[in-house]
Ligand binder design. Structure first.
Ligand code: ADP
Length: 511
């Protein structure tokens, strides 16, 4: 008889859906990724087509399983990770009334101050764990009700992208505690929708999905969905959690003193605690992984997107050269930065080109170079940019340490971890050992581990520590760490000095 021996982790991200086939012991066997665009008619609109994402999920699963037909018989199940904060309105026949409004959409910005005026916003944050911010579906609902009242009235359900896919597969609206927790509508203590938040949004709990734990198992997929992926309809599907919470699990960052840092397009700094915990200064989020595992941390807008900006705006010639040499342009840029000493010889870059969530919570924050002299070259500017992103992550870490205590070790992953220089910089600025887990797709891996636990293949989530390898380890280089101890206070003092001017400069941009 064939033994169950593999599981699929599915991660519905902002830029792509990734599907990874893992063995029962956590080894990555194969993967497939399908990308999709962010639809942005205006800069503050950041939407996606749910149908396109649905097709990406189908295609990714089908492609991986077609390459391993023998494993169809030994597949234990599927388990989901998904990006947080998406909002989709559907009518009573399940038809789309809106696109998927992503975390990056800023149209609801004016409603943040209205929430603060009309209720105790700190109490709301402390109950829901979601900062009052335009990314939050609660704030988006307030905006939608005001801007598109007819559409709002027509909406039978307000769901996230994961609920949309699950509904297409199982014809039922269910949402896990983790994704629900990132809506601003979920009461962490009660593990239920928050009546006050719902009243603020102007909706009832009947317009939201049924809440279930992240280990909830769905079965009896519609034959149409099963056929489209070439799977048996009986395959168990674990609903899973959000990408942030699963990122910690996938990196083995399961205690308050082990901090997980992800830097992809954006960035996040997170730790795990055993009960809901929030920040008196409202700098951090708190989201469920399970009823006994909660992820607390901060998300920054300004991660790898800033190096992408450098590549596109300041390094066209280098990018062309990379193309000619068939090399990765990021590798060329980081090699150029590596020729400059730590601290960029007195050049400091504030990376707030995309406004900022944690640690500033200011959509009008802006970037700057400070300290430029005639001795500075483009290479200094590139290095200062890489350093600026890391200085900012350090501020988020400080906020996290204020609430959960000191971090003894750092695990890092995401696109930035492809660069040895950037990883070493993290160790030097943080003055701590940084390890890079072997499995790069930590949210997919986290989904698979949660799936194995839900399907009773492993006894507890902490088993993950025996499943993850360590691919690289960076110890701080003392001279660099010393230099950064000089730069960090300067960076922070400048931040305070610049803050009063952000509103004015942002207004000039928009007139
Ligand atoms: P996403 O967050 O969209 O899933 P990734 O995790 O792949 O994307 O991160 C993309 C970012 O990672 C890029 O914008 C870039 O800043 C950074 N990056 C990718 N490759 C490299 C590299 N070789 N060296 C340095 N940075 C890189």
């Amino acid at each position: 008889m064939t033994q169950p021996d593999c599981i699929l982790g599915i991660d519905i991200g902002t830029t792509s859906t990734k599907v990874v086939l893992f063995s029962a012991s956590g080894a990555s066997l194969d993967q497939h990724t399908v990308g999709y665009p962010l639809l942005s008619a205006q800069p503050d609109v950041q939407e996606q087509d749910p149908e396109e994402i649905y097709q990406a999920v189908i295609e990714s699963v089908r492609t991986v399983m077609q390459r391993h037909p023998a494993r169809l018989k030994t597949l234990m199940g599927l388990s989901f990770s998904a990006a947080m904060h998406s909002l989709i309105a559907v009518d009573d026949r399940g038809q789309l009334l809106t696109c998927s409004i992503t975390w990056a959409d800023r149209r609801s910005t004016p409603w943040v101050s209205k929430v603060r005026q009309c209720c105790d916003a700190h109490a709301l944050y402390a109950r829901t764990g979601t900062p009052v911010h335009p990314m939050s579906p609660l704030v988006k609902l307030m905006w939608l009700r005001h801007e598109q009242p007819d559409l709002f009235r027509q909406a039978a359900k307000f769901i996230s992208i994961k609920e949309y896919v699950i509904h297409r597969w199982f014809a039922q609206y269910v949402v896990d505690y983790s994704i629900a927790n990132a809506t601003g509508l979920f009461n962490m203590k009660a593990l239920d929708w928050d009546a006050e938040a719902l009243a603020l949004a102007g909706i009832t709990s009947a317009q939201l999905s049924q809440l279930v734990p992240t280990t909830h198992i769905l079965s009896s997929m519609t034959s149409e969905a099963a056929d489209s992926m070439g799977l048996p309809a009986s395959v168990p599907v674990v609903i899973g959690a959000s990408d942030g919470a699963l990122g910690n699990l996938g990196m083995g960052a399961m205690t308050p003193d082990v901090v997980a840092i992800t830097v992809g397009t954006s960035g996040a700094v997170r730790a795990m605690v055993d009960r809901p915990q929030t920040d008196p200064k409202e700098r951090l989020f708190c989201y469920a992984l399970t009823e006994n595992h909660w992820v607390i941390g901060g998300a920054t807008n300004n991660g790898g997107i800033i190096l992408r900006w450098v590549r596109e705006q300041l390094a066209m010639a280098e990018t062309d050269t990379a193309r000619l040499l068939q090399e990765n342009p990021y590798d060329i840029l980081t090699a150029i930065a590596a020729t400059i000493p730590a601290g960029s010889e007195g050049l400091i870059f504030h990376p707030y080109l995309a406004g900022e969530r944690s640690p500033l919570w200011n959509a009008n924050a802006r970037g700057s170079f400070f300290g430029l002299g005639l001795h500075h070259t483009k290479a200094h500017m590139i290095r200062a940019v890489l350093e600026g992103v890391v200085y900012n992550l350090y501020i988020v870490l400080t906020a996290l340490e204020d609430v959960v205590g000191p971090a003894s070790s750092i695990q890092a992953t995401g696109g930035f971890a492809r660069s040895t220089l950037w990883r070493q910089m993290l160790a030097d600025v943080f003055n701590r050992v940084v390890t890079i887990p072997e499995v790069y797709e930590s949210s997919c891996f986290g989904a698979a581990v949660l799936g194995l636990y839900a399907l009773e293949r492993i006894p507890h989530l902490e088993q993950v520590s025996e499943m993850i390898g360590e691919s690289d380890r960076h110890c701080p280089i003392p001279e660099n760490a010393q230099q950064y101890q000089v730069m960090l206070p300067l960076y922070m003092q400048l931040l305070e000095s610049f803050a009063p001017f952000y509103e004015t400069i942002a207004k000039i941009q928009s007139t």
